[in-house]
Write a protein that binds this ligand. Sequence first.
Ligand SMILES: [Zn+2]
Length: 267
Amino acid sequence: MGKPVIGFRTTFPLIMRFNDDTPFVGQTVDQVEARGKWLLIHFSGGGILTSHLLMNGRWHIYRQGERWQAPRLAMRIVIENKEYQAVGFRVPVARMHTEKSLARDLHVGRPENDLLSEEFDSSAAVMRLLSRRQDALADALLDQTVLAGIGNVFKSEVCFVMGLHPFRAVGTLTREEATATIACAQKLLRANVLEDSGDMIVTYRGQQRRTTHASDPGASLWVYGRTGEPCRRCGESIRRRIQGVDARVTFWCPRCQPMPDGSDVDG
Ligand SMILES: [Zn+2]
């Protein structure tokens, strides 16, 4: 950061076109900011490169001349100055914004909605969550207009840690449960973000997400991806079901996360 950009490459045609109009070379990176799962790179010319890493995307920072730790074919964006190269690998979603267009883009959460932001307003988030009375808890947790930052993995993990059934209607939660759920999500997310020192590039750990305290990496998640395997708390088989308008998979333990009325969606 601070030093002028000397090289820029990307496989995203719209970003390349933006670069043709307003070249990044010669500009400086003013700020790098994480909003939920979005990484925002602010350029001195007013452009903001936003990227979403989903499951497999990564940003790596290399010193000039250092060997890349991912295949060249996976490269989507490279920004370099005299000292460093920032390389976005397998970045599935990236867009250019201005301050104005960013403010209109609801997909990039506002800092006060963002679980990882210093400005996160948890009481407002509790209100927004509780207002989704009819929604299933796991769906409401994924909704970026309620909270920014929870992805599909953490959705299931947070519900498990809270002992709450992911298909429960939000309206059946007490305010205390909603508050504790948001605090839990914040804690799990914070534990899973690494910040590189000087450059403030945030790297999400991808497959190494950790929500249990086990040191074995294979034992790092409670329920996500563990269909049919024994619950780490009670031994019951972990269940899996497609949930929500986006048809995302949800995992849970029917014994640790009972429905309030004793029913379970799988009978
Ligand atoms: Zn269990």
